[in-house]
Write a protein of this length. Structure first.
Length: 393
């Protein structure tokens, strides 16, 4: 739950809207529906976009040692406001209202007045990893792969982005997450950088993507870290692998390698993530994970690659009956090293997606999980079948 004092970024953005938006004068603005409700000035210098997403999930678990409760949930229920202001300023705020809580996602102010360079300040997703850079609206599977548990996610900080014809570099300095910023302990900080390139790029339907990323992070004053992962299913909150709290951490170093290839309706994507955890008066721990998956759009569409972002656009169905996609993924996560026994897990997943339109998608995943062993030293092999209906507006 987000405390009122932590909604500072929302108030800042609201003030910007109130003070700088003459666009609210109907005579000088036009309204359209384009991936949300868009209001913009006649010269397109000032704009305001309102949109969101709703994702409803259902999951059935074949349990073993760890009780995974079958059921349903609203996975995401988000609203966002984004737009542009005079003199090349931009902003975005996005909040998630699922699970009867209000969670801050994007909440930043950006500047794009430099050639091929942009800046962001606020609550931003750290540029580390390919699958993390892809919106949950566009991920091939219902949940990101197991190694995503090793990545930092959203943090308060500042970032810079630069791009060329077939490359993009991004980096920044970040503090802790909004939830972790309690105002009592000194915050942690991290330095991160990501470089992506498309050595082969014919168009967004025929491309080769490669990338590297790294982060050095100093934990907060408590010097604690923890890594854990759900079995690529979110309905149950249980984790099969979990390092539990690791204490006396001096710093962590995260490194990632990523690659993807798109050839028409076929695509292949994979990543490797490695984390070194340096501890005071104890041996350094090494945790790692990787995944690889392939996708086939049976109706002839393509996963559209964005070379200037190092990620992927949404699928656009060609026909009125929509687009169909078949995907296979294998992922692995190792959270055990030396005196830390968080467990090892591998998942094999079959996914089927129906893109009924550009706004509506239905998903089905079957996951065969193997924890060998789990966080308690027990071997488990549960099976999961889950589905999702998604609306983006």
């Amino acid at each position: 739950m987000i405390k009122p004092k932590k909604l500072f970024l929302l108030w800042v953005t609201t003030l910007i809207l109130i003070i700088n938006f003459p666009i609210t004068q109907a005579a000088s603005a036009k309204v359209k529906l384009d991936h949300g409700l868009v209001i913009e000035s006649r010269d397109k210098v000032i704009s305001l976009r309102i949109g969101g997403r709703i994702q409803g999930d259902v999951a059935l678990y074949d349990n073993q040692q760890t009780k995974l409760g079958s059921g349903t949930e609203v996975r995401r229920s988000r609203l966002f406001i984004s737009g542009s202001l005079p003199n090349d300023w931009r902003f975005r705020t996005e909040y998630d209202f699922a699970h009867n809580e209000v969670g801050i996602k994007d909440a930043w102010i950006g500047y794009q007045g430099l050639e091929n360079v942009s800046l962001k300040f606020g609550n931003i997703q750290e540029p580390l990893g390919l699958e993390q850079a892809i919106s949950s609206n566009n991920t091939t599977f219902m949940e990101r792969a197991l190694p995503n548990a090793l990545l930092p996610g959203y943090k308060l900080g500042s970032a810079i982005y630069s791009r060329g014809k077939n490359w993009r570099v991004s980096g920044g300095i970040f503090g802790d997450s909004v939830a972790a910023s309690n105002g009592e302990d000194d915050e942690g900080w991290g330095l991160v950088a990501r470089l992506t390139a498309a050595p082969h790029y014919k168009d967004d339907k025929h491309a080769l993507h490669v990338g590297v990323a790294a982060e050095v992070r100093k934990p907060n004053e408590q010097q604690k870290v923890r890594y854990r992962a759900r079995p690529e299913s979110h309905v149950s909150g249980r984790r099969l692998v979990d390092t539990r709290t690791i204490k006396a951490v001096d710093k962590t170093m995260t490194r990632g390698l990523e690659a993807a290839i798109v050839q028409g309706p076929w695509s292949l994507q994979g990543e490797y993530i490695h984390v070194d955890i340096q501890r005071d008066n104890a041996e350094t721990l090494a945790l790692n994970g990787w995944y690889i998956y392939g996708s086939w759009l049976m109706t002839g569409e393509s996963r559209r690659y964005r070379v200037n972002k190092g990620s992927f656009r949404p699928i656009k169905p060609k026909a009125s009956y929509g687009a169909w996609e078949l995907a296979l993924r294998y992922s692995r996560l190792d959270l055990s090293d030396k005196d830390v026994h968080g467990g090892k897990q591998s998942n094999a997943t079959i996914g089927m997606n129906w893109y009924a339109s550009s706004n509506v998608r239905l998903m089905m995943n079957y996951i065969h999980v193997r924890a060998n062993p789990n966080r308690d030293g027990v071997q488990e092999r549960p099976k999961i079948i889950q589905g999702r209906i998604q609306l983006v507006f």
